[in-house]
Design a protein around this ligand. Structure first.
Ligand code: PLP
Length: 352
């Protein structure tokens, strides 16, 4: 039986959270003399809503969950860090993850002095259940999964993820940053069946708002309550809350962007496969392509010299030889193809 209190760190369990002046604010047209704000420069003089009530209820409606199932963070990165801080006792507990995957899980684990145990994916870049189980012990509090996975660009088998959520005796964090580009369905509909599941989504990718820094975590109310108690009171600034409300109000615009990006992903993939220097393009469930080159570092330097910046993943296990290329606009993708078609391997033969 899942018991969140036995998983929490002792200091978090007994925490009295900061109570902000505005907690008591009932709304409306009150005269606000409680928070030592400047009475001038309306509306930027006011602290933002620490509970983000309006935005939470909009996001909840959009995702068909309850507002109590929604946490909003300064990017997904905040939720990742808070989950570690809430559940993992430094130098005692550990985090199970996969490899290769998103780099922030390890960075946040390292910053918090929590052991990070990645299980290598299988050669076909799927979850290695046995390997994950072998790394797990009674101090394993979090399991990070990312599907579609960055950088491998594929989704994991749904049954494998379900099995892990059902059997892992801690919190399973499923990062769905790329879910809008995937043929697979979100796990949001399963939230009620799994009290130990946390789903991460973000406005940074399909919604086109990486600049405003807004990440979402969806989970059982007990888990969300913990995150809300330990976050900075005003973690989401007023401008971000306002812009997020406007942005998610136009879901059709997002759908249109996704449609275009998926179309570009298919056509760019085909064109890349037609190049002599390209050995492979992995099927992608995300807004980027993993492209294997004969000489990835040479191609990387060539592209950089031509002011086209991609991500060199060629040194990463299971990604040997691959560059990670984000899908751009039709124009940008065309310029990428034009540059690659003029690449001369002889100019970039040796390492600098
Ligand atoms: C891009 C990305 C995110 C987004 O992080 P934010 O902090 O919300 O911008 C989260 N997870 C993965 C795996 C990503 O690739």
């Amino acid at each position: 039986m899942f018991d969140i209190h036995s998983l929490l760190r002792k200091n978090i369990r007994s925490l009295t959270p900061y109570s902000s002046a505005r907690d008591e604010y009932a709304g409306g047209d009150a005269i606000l003399l409680d928070a030592n704000e400047n009475p001038f420069n309306d509306p930027y003089n006011r602290y933002p809503d620490p509970h983000q009530q309006k935005l939470k209820s909009r996001i909840a409606a959009l995702k068909s969950v309850k507002p109590g199932n929604v946490f909003i963070g300064n990017g997904s990165d905040e939720a990742i860090d808070l989950l570690i801080r809430a559940f993992c006792e430094p130098r005692v507990d550990n985090i199970i993850s996969i490899s290769p995957t998103y780099g922030m899980y390890r960075v946040c684990a390292d910053i918090n002095d929590v052991a990070y145990r990645p299980a290598l994916l299988t050669p076909d870049r799927q979850l290695d259940i046995l390997s994950i189980q072998e790394l797990t012990d009674e101090n394993s509090k979090l399991l990070f999964l990312c599907s579609p996975n960055n950088p491998t660009s594929n989704s994991f088998r749904r049954d494998d993820m379900k099995y892990l959520i059902r059997t892992f005796e801690g919190i399973v964090v499923l990062d769905e940053a790329y879910i809008d580009f995937s043929v697979e369905a979100t796990f949001l509909r399963e939230l009620n069946s799994f009290p130990n599941l946390v789903i991460l989504q973000t406005l940074s990718k399909a919604w086109g708002m990486a600049g405003i820094r807004l990440g979402m975590a969806f989970a059982d109310e007990a888990v969300i309550g913990v995150l809300d108690r330990i976050k900075y009171p005003y973690n989401i600034n007023a401008l971000t809350q306002q812009m997020a409300l406007e942005g998610i109000g136009d879901e059709a615009r997002k759908q249109e962007w996704v449609r275009i990006i998926l179309k570009e992903r298919a056509s760019l993939g085909q064109k890349l496969l037609g190049l002599n220097i390209v050995r492979d393009v992995l099927p992608s469930d995300a807004n980027f392509l993993m492209v294997r080159f004969e000489n990835p570092q040479g191609v990387f330097r060539y592209l950089t010299d031509h002011k086209i910046i991609v991500r060199d993943r060629s040194g990463v296990e299971l990604c040997e030889g691959f560059l990670r290329i984000t899908i751009g606009t039709a124009d940008e993708n065309m310029m990428l193809m034009e540059a690659l078609s003029r690449y001369n391997p002889l100019d970039y033969k040796t390492d600098p």
